[in-house]
Design a protein around this ligand. Sequence first.
Ligand code: FES
Length: 86
Amino acid sequence: MTQVMLSVNGKEMSAEVEGRTLLVEVLRDKLGLTGTHVGCDTSQCGACTVHVDGKSMKSCSVLAMDVAGAEVTTIEGMANPDGSLR
Ligand code: FES
């Protein structure tokens, strides 16, 4: 297990991950950000899309360790405090 630090929706966060842990697994299972979905097992649907350092990425095909230190924005990070979207 390795500690991975990420900035997620503007907050510094860390999680213990294995080398094979996907970014989507960290977001959903370890950080509770369930707005990022897994919709397929072929990396084609895009339901898992997040922004990593400002670039769109499918979080089901990115290892968490490969984006250590990155700024990640999920759908939760796109919402205003009242829940409406920007
Ligand atoms: S879950 Fe379908 S592309 Fe990632």
